[in-house]
Ligand binder design. Structure first.
Ligand code: FES
Length: 469
């Protein structure tokens, strides 16, 4: 039932000993639980409309504002207004890869992302339907580290969340004649999908509980489910799929820029892979104006009040591609110096009415772009050669202005090809041609994993990357 503002939802809550966030997470409208209920991100803030509550240890009578993850209803029923996790966003279900074999069976492929899930139905080698949604595991936090943390106490809850996020997509696509489903995702998502505890990925030497996953027929109405195998703790099945789809040749690199930037470099000396912790800044975390790629986010920015907004409405923040544009455009205009300081000195820069970027936000962006830069350059230095061509996979790259990403020193000047959601493409190929499973299992043993921070030059490259060119 819509609440008073068009983006708010009003929810009725019965008295309970449980936290408000736990109750809301079971319902239709889930608050943004970026820090997984640690009380640190402030994203789960709700308006208490009626009722008497205990919020952060204090007795509070409505109306008041409170963090859902720190609030319980003392006498009720109580009403709450919240901004739920947006359901309309850019969920990438496109890819540029070799055509799929035109087999008559109907199959479904699913890309399990930490934030979003994309699914496609395929018949005769063609995508006949698409569906996308958010991963309900977000109530456990918005990144793999918090998911690993909660797996220790609620592994079943994490598995059920992802299965419950996929089921409506399957329903939307229709499963009557579906012969098989194949899934791909990063290693933590893949383990949680199978109900395996990924705790080993959270500590050195980041060992996953499994890299190869058996066929299942107990998840979705006995439909056989295949899984793209994973390479390492932080280099998952999404990258295995990308490697298979791009047929990476010597001197070519594959990168998936996300919270965790996964990089694979095929060289004459072998295939090397690593992961750079870019952090969630490009996904909007830790910044007042940061947004995921959802309605209301500025996705492209060209300065002087010119920008485009996802959903074409009023902007309320910037997503990653908009932030890269902002750095490039305002640096070129002289409004940012090489250290990201606002010129002339000011505490913030207003990119649109009410959308302000502060210097502390810019610092987060510089660290994220420095991590990507350092990951690429350190790997190239280690093997002693620059990549001749770089394939950029994943949703973020699809909306990225490459020229701006090179201009700000996030990506080096190379030949690029944006390949889209190759994780979904690889899952699609496995669903259509299950016989490639053995090829995929052989593929995961080829890359040699290199821990980035132990490679020479990493720190210098990171420091170089902090500067705005
Ligand atoms: S402050 Fe409640 S989820 Fe982050």
């Amino acid at each position: 039932m819509p609440g008073p503002a068009f983006w708010n939802m009003r929810v009725l809550v019965e008295k309970s000993d449980r936290l408000l966030s736990e109750i809301l997470a079971e319902g239709e409208f889930m608050p943004d639980m970026r820090c997984g209920g640690n009380g640190t991100c402030g994203r789960c803030r709700v308006t208490l409309v009626s009722g008497v509550w205990e919020a952060e240890g204090e007795i509070v009578s409505a109306p008041a504002e409170a963090l859902a993850c720190r609030t319980k209803l003392l006498s009720g029923p109580g009403e709450v207004d919240l901004v739920p996790i947006p359901g309309n966003g850019k969920i990438s279900a496109e890819w540029n890869a070799l055509p799929l074999p035109a087999k008559p069976e109907t199959v479904i492929a699913v890309d399990i992302g930490t934030t979003t899930i994309a699914a496609v139905k395929i018949r005769n080698g063609e995508v006949t339907a698409k569906a996308g949604g958010f991963n309900a595991q977000s109530k456990y936090g918005d990144n793999v580290v918090t998911r690993i943390h909660y797996a220790g106490t609620d592994l079943a809850g994490l598995q059920n969340s992802v299965l419950d996020s996929i089921r409506p997509l399957l329903l939307q696509l229709g499963t009557e004649d579906v012969r098989r489903i194949a899934v791909a995702g990063n290693t933590v998502m893949t383990c949680l999908f199978h109900g395996l505890d990924p705790s080993g990925i959270g500590v050195l030497p980041f060992t996953p509980p499994a890299r190869i996953f058996p066929e299942r027929n107990d998840l979705f109405d006995e439909i056989p489910v295949l899984t793209v195998p994973c390479i390492a703790g932080y280099v998952g099945g999404d990258i295995t799929a990308g490697l298979y789809e791009t047929k990476l040749k010597p001197e070519e690199m594959l990168i998936d820029i996300g919270t965790n930037c996964e990089i694979v470099f095929h060289t004459e000396k072998g295939i090397f892979c690593t992961a750079a912790a870019a952090g969630p800044a490009f996904e909007g975390a830790g910044m007042g104006c940061g947004r995921r790629a959802v309605d209301g986010a500025i996705d492209h920015y060209s300065g002087n009040g010119k920008y485009t907004v996802i959903g074409n409405g009023k902007p309320d923040g910037l997503c990653g591609s908009g932030m890269v544009d902002f750095l490039a455009v305002e640096r070129a205009a002289g409004h940012l110096n090489e250290f990201g300081r606002i010129q002339p000195k000011n505490e913030c820069f207003e990119v649109a009415d009410g959308v302000k970027i502060y210097e502390c936000d810019i610092e987060q962006l510089l660290k994220a772009k420095a991590a990507v830069w350092a990951g690429i350059r350190t790997l190239e230095s280690y093997v002693g050669a620059g990549a001749e061509k770089i394939y950029l996979a994943g949703g973020f790259a699809q909306y990225l202005n490459l020229e701006n990403a090179v201009r700000i020193g996030m990506l080096p000047e190379r030949k690029y090809e944006i390949v889209g959601n190759t994780s979904l493409a690889g899952a699609a190929r496995l669903a259509v041609s299950p016989e490639i499973e053995t090829d995929l299992e052989a593929l995961i043993d080829l890359p040699r994993e290199l821990p980035l921070n132990t490679l020479p030059g990493f720190e210098d490259n990171f420091i170089d990357g902090l500067l705005l060119n």
